[in-house]
Design a binder for this molecule. Structure first.
Ligand code: PAF
Length: 279
């Protein structure tokens, strides 16, 4: 496995490759990331993983500075699953000057849910993803469904800008109790970790209720938010949406079997967790 830190080295490492598969990450890897690398490997070309904590997608009050950086361990893990190239640029390499050109997702997708509570987040994500795509020039890129809205934003960007990259979605990897794996789970205290599974359990409850024909999604969302609040969480949103564009489904669409997803974000202590389940 080659570890490269500059765009020039990356291009040399990939010279002549036409089937590169790419997994962008911010490091602090866990089994969820590794499952995405394994999916990338199935495509038969060289697999590149990037490790870059992207300042552009963090608001000033967010956890950019304390985001865990575990590069040596990340490389060991990536090696263990057959990654071929790790691209770990410095901030100066990727942003040698202020990044004034940015990719602005459409508000109806980028300013709802996560984008509402984290203004500018998807502009930061889209900008770095496009820039990383330009560095790696992948045929395929793999994104986890854990960040469902991010996956939708990237898919839409690729479609709108006619990028020659196929976006593949990887299923969410969960701990034995059901908690979705996330780098931020490491912030949880022991008691918070025990409580954290309630987020997945709440989504499961909504998934089952909707599958059993619950007539009132808004009441269900409210019930789950209230329950989380009573348990000490501070929920940002619990939202049942159309999978296709994350819009609110009409009663007619629900009756017609429109594919849905339920998404949630909530704070437990100082840690903000997100999760989702397709219904
Ligand atoms: O999902 C992530 O880890 C990040 O948002 C990504 C896609 C690597 C962009 O920084």
């Amino acid at each position: 496995m080659r570890i490269v830190h500059t765009i020039t080295e990356l291009r040399q490492a990939l010279a002549g490759a036409t089937k590169t598969a790419f997994v962008p990450t911010m490091g602090n890897l866990h089994e969820g990331h590794l499952s995405l690398v394994k999916l990338a490997r199935e495509r038969g070309g060289p697999v590149v993983a990037s490790v870059f904590v992207n300042r552009l997608q963090f608001a000033p009050h967010e956890d950019f500075d304390r985001y865990p950086r575990t590069f040596e361990r990340d490389c060991d893990l990536l090696r263990s699953v057959g990654c071929n190239v790790v691209f770990a640029p410095s901030e100066d390499e990727l942003y040698p000057e202020p990044q004034v050109f940015r990719i602005q997702p459409p508000p109806e997708l980028g300013d709802i849910l996560e984008g509402h509570f984290r203004p500018g987040f998807f502009t930061g994500v889209s900008t770095v993803v496009l820039k990383l795509f330009n560095c790696v020039q992948p045929r395929v890129a793999v994104f986890g469904k854990k960040d469902y809205q991010q996956l939708m934003v990237v898919r839409r960007m690729v479609q709108q800008l006619a990028l020659p990259t196929e976006i593949v979605a990887g299923e969410t990897t969960r701990a034995e109790d059901g908690l979705a794996l996330s780098s931020r789970n490491g912030y949880l205290s022991e008691s918070e970790r025990a409580e954290a599974v309630q987020l997945a359990m709440s989504l499961k409850h909504i998934q089952l209720s909707m599958r059993n024909g619950h007539p009132d999604p808004a009441a269900l969302e409210q019930e789950v938010m209230d329950n989380l609040r009573q348990r000490g969480w501070v929920p940002d949103y619990v939202a049942i949406r159309r999978r296709v564009d994350l819009g609110v489904p009409s009663a007619e669409q629900r009756a017609a079997g429109e594919p849905l997803v339920v998404l949630a974000a909530a704070k437990l202590g100082n840690t903000r967790l997100i999760d989702n389940m397709e219904i």
